[in-house]
Design a protein around this ligand. Structure first.
Ligand code: ADP
Ligand code: MG
Length: 317
């Protein structure tokens, strides 16, 4: 199968929302008037972001999900993607399952694949995503103010718990592992929540590298600090069962791969946040407060500092 055959068979579909889709030297898109184009890219590399031989169906989904999460995290409506694939060979079964996973999630969010690149090499998947956001209304990392509440969506740590099990850092029961592996393989991007946080959130980020690291980015960019009550961080019944094991606490606070949203909002807007949680049917939990003193303080139930070295994943550390 040739390169063009791969593109035609697995990745070309009729274009509807783009001015020009796959097949020319560049795609053409028209951004709605009064909107800015939000652009982001994320790469998944075999042996680094996923295990060699990983199931291609969830991989196709996740390649898009992590990019959708970046659109959610800036409050944009995702519209178009580019897909750059490096493939060791033209494995038809792999391509069929990978593209099915990718398109299923793309269709769910009305996102269109409008171009990309296909070459031979070690397996790696790079998705570039574009979305629209009302001009000047993007929810950035630099808007947190002292006195704001810190909120997170959903619950944290299950995906990292599955990874800890796979890396023999903790032993989960087969049932617990299966449930946590779903969180790892099928993250749910919080698109609707992100878009509806306009007018409520002062700063917003998605939790991909772990709560402490990603909240840390908000603090740094906003020149503020925060105090977080660890007992108040939402966690699943499964994760609760494995606490206080260090690997479970680590998963909750610094695990990564959650793809939940973390945002700050003025405390005068608590009722609005709670109403939004009901509207989009996503639990939202207040976990702490923004303060003018820099740094992140983690407190246990007795108000003592949680002293634990929490290092987020860094490719070059
Ligand atoms: P060029 O030689 O100009 O780089 P290519 O031969 O790489 O063009 O690609 C031909 C067309 O197919 C382009 O429109 C490109 O965007 C699209 N394309 C290539 N690979 C992919 C892919 N994996 N998914 C979607 N579109 C792709
Ligand atoms: Mg090319």
């Amino acid at each position: 199968m040739s390169e063009f055959e791969i593109i035609r068979r697995y990745f070309t579909r009729a274009s509807s929302s783009a001015v020009l889709g796959i097949g020319d030297d560049a795609a053409l898109v028209r951004v709605a008037p009064e909107c800015e184009l939000a652009v982001s890219t994320d790469t998944l590399i075999e042996g680094r972001h996923f295990f060699a031989g990983a199931d291609p169906y969830p991989l196709g989904r996740k390649s898009l999900a992590v990019n959708l999460s970046d659109m959610a995290a800036i409050g944009a409506q995702p519209r178009w993607i580019l897909l750059s694939l490096s493939l060791p060979g033209a494995d038809e079964k792999w391509l069929e399952l990978f593209s099915r996973g990718l398109f299923e999630l793309a269709d769910k969010h009305a996102v269109e694949l409008i171009g990309g690149d296909t070459c031979r090499g070690p397996l790696s998947i790079c998705v570039t995503i574009m979305g629209e956001v009302a001009a000047g209304r993007a929810l950035r990392r630099d808007g947190a103010r002292p006195g704001d509440d810190v909120w997170v969506s959903g619950s944290l740590g299950d995906a990292a718990l599955a990874l800890a099990h796979l890396e023999n850092r903790i032993a989960l029961s087969p049932d617990d592992f299966e449930r946590c592996a779903r969180a790892l393989d099928y993250p749910v991007p919080r698109i609707e929540l992100g878009r509806k946080l306009h007018g409520i959130a002062s700063a917003l980020i998605d939790i991909s590298d772990g709560l402490t690291a990603d909240l840390g980015h908000i603090l740094e960019r906003s020149h503020v600090g925060a105090t977080i009550k660890v007992a108040g961080i939402p966690r699943s019944a499964i994760l609760r069962r494995y606490l206080p094991a260090r690997a479970a606490l680590q998963a909750l606070l610094a695990g990564g791969d959650d793809y939940e949203l973390c945002f700050t909002a003025p405390s005068s807007l608590r009722a609005e946040v709670k109403a939004l949680a009901r509207k989009v049917d996503v639990p939202l939990t207040c976990i702490g407060k923004i303060e003018s003193a820099g740094g992140l303080r983690l407190l246990d139930e007795r108000g003592h500092a949680v002293d634990m070295e929490l290092r987020a994943f860094d490719h070059f550390a």
